[in-house]
Design a protein around this ligand. Structure first.
Ligand code: PRP
Length: 211
């Protein structure tokens, strides 16, 4: 038996479709069966699935309490990456971007810049690489509010359709990285549960190759 941590929300439905396609029935995860449960059996008991927030999926994998995880590349980039990233699952496509008020040039003067983000590590690395000194303010959600409230000059956040930016008078200044859902594996599980993790990865790979 292997335990899979699945990120709740944005990528959940596509992940369940992929698991079902790979032969792991997920009836317990269907919305009408679920209630407030967070722990599920799938694939006739072959796998256990837990639902968690993206950053917590990484924590569970790093601590070895889950063997496999499905999580966005944005959360992986923000993490310390002490696990294996084995597959790009191809869904949950969006991008990490620097964005701010439409029509403004972020680099137009040397004034002290403030950037609000859920991704302080990515933001720090991005501006360090460019030798640009910025102050980073950590925000947990609805990051687009920060420039509207004049808390920051810009944001670093994920952009999927661009609707949230447009609805708030913001635009992309620079794309930082493409994002999609990834399959990650705990470093011990890949050896200690080799047969189970190999089988899981093979079945998912076969399903991805059908597309
Ligand atoms: C994400 C992201 C943006 C929005 C982008 O937020 O932080 O706000 O989606 O999507 P769009 O380009 O399609 O408009 P999410 O809905 O995950 O919630 P959050 O802001 O509370 O984190």
């Amino acid at each position: 038996m292997v335990r899979l941590a699945l990120t709740k929300g944005r990528i959940e439905a596509d992940a369940i479709t992929l698991l079902e396609g790979a032969g792991y029935e997920c009836a317990e995860l269907a919305a009408d069966m679920r209630g407030r449960k967070l722990f599920f059996s799938a694939g006739s008991g072959k796998i256990e699935i837990i639902l968690a927030k993206a950053a917590d999926v990484i924590t569970y994998i790093e601590h070895g309490v889950c063997d496999l995880g499905i999580v966005g590349a944005d959360t992986i980039l923000e993490s310390r990456r002490t696990f294996y990233e084995v597959l790009d699952l191809g869904f949950g496509r969006c991008r990490l971007a620097l964005a701010g008020p439409a029509g403004c040039d972020f680099y137009n003067n040397l004034s002290h810049k403030i950037v609000a983000t859920k991704y302080p590590n990515i933001t720090k690395a991005y501006f360090n690489d460019r030798n640009v000194d910025v102050e980073i303010v950590k925000i947990e959600g609805s990051v687009e509010l920060a420039p509207l409230l004049k808390l920051s000059d810009a944001i670093v956040d994920i952009v999927e359709t661009g609707s949230t930016l447009r609805a708030n008078g913001l635009e992309i200044y620079e794309t930082i990285a493409p994002v999609s859902a990834r399959l990650i594996v705990n470093v011990a599980s890949i050896k200690m549960k080799k047969r189970e993790t190999d089988e899981f990865i093979e079945r998912i790979t076969e399903e991805l190759n059908k597309k």
